[in-house]
Write a new protein. Sequence first.
Length: 144
Amino acid sequence: MDSAAHSRVIFGPDRRLTAVMFAGAVLAALAGWATADAAGRLLALGVATVLAAYAVTDLLFWPRLCADSTGIVIRTPAVRRDLAWEAVQAVRVDERSRLGLATRTLEIDAGVMLVVLSRRALGVDPREVLSLLEAFDPGGSPQP
């Protein structure tokens, strides 16, 4: 058997960034409890809540994308799907520029479902993910 048939790629949020967000949540919570200002306390605790929610989401939905020769597995807060390559109509990178900032996202089109994953969700540049996914897709999903 070919060893490539048993290989698998996994993509998810960078765990170092998750740790930084969790540490930021702890620091913001401590700052909130340490201040006597009611508005400052509310702001600090709000920041702590948002950072903690991001960190917990990154841990619960890791990895976000797995691929092998049989198909792909997607795990996000909104979508949990196992897709065979036959169900994937297209995989592409969408690049947009606004106000001098460029963003890239990976789009996985499975007919009635379109999943969009950012660089933060994947942990690497979506162009790198696309090239690896193309190597696994036996039918070569069309790239419009």
